[in-house]
Design a protein. Structure first.
Length: 144
């Protein structure tokens, strides 16, 4: 028997309560990341889903099953070139910007501020929902 655990620290948002019931909103988000959107579309086609709904899109992440967190992570990476981490602690789902070593930081990330990260998260979350989510420091643990 083995046990693996991890701990993710950073600045981000808990998305557990976030819902996107509108396919129009989901499409508006995906349009901001054309390559990622194409990957989602190809996957839907491979699954035989001709008229997807939001739940179908959320199933795209077959590996980690983090739904909206994974979608936002990939859209923001393509659109803004900023790496967030989609993660969970078994019951809560998060999107977190993790601190990194200087040699591992993308050029665009070098001068980020809390306010910039807050605006980026608010921008993309507001495409999916009118709800406001608190952006703050997160400490996410998981194991199994």
């Amino acid at each position: 028997m083995s046990y693996t655990s991890w701990h993710t620290y950073g600045y981000g948002v808990c998305l557990t309560e976030m819902e996107c019931g509108s396919m129009k909103r989901m499409k508006n988000l995906l349009k901001l990341a054309p390559e990622y959107h194409k990957s989602v579309q190809n996957w839907l086609k491979d699954q035989g889903i001709a008229k997807p709904d939001v739940d179908d899109i959320l199933e795209f992440d077959q590996e980690y099953r983090l739904g909206l967190a994974t979608i936002l992570q990939n859209v923001i990476l393509e659109a803004e070139n900023i790496r967030f981490t989609a993660c969970d602690d078994n019951s809560e789902t998060y999107l977190v910007y993790e601190p990194s070593y200087p040699w591992d930081i993308l050029e665009k990330e070098r001068n980020l501020t809390e306010e910039t990260l807050r605006r980026i998260l608010a921008k993309y979350i507001s495409i999916l929902t009118d709800e406001v989510f608190e952006v703050d420091y997160c400490s996410v643990e998981n194991g199994g």
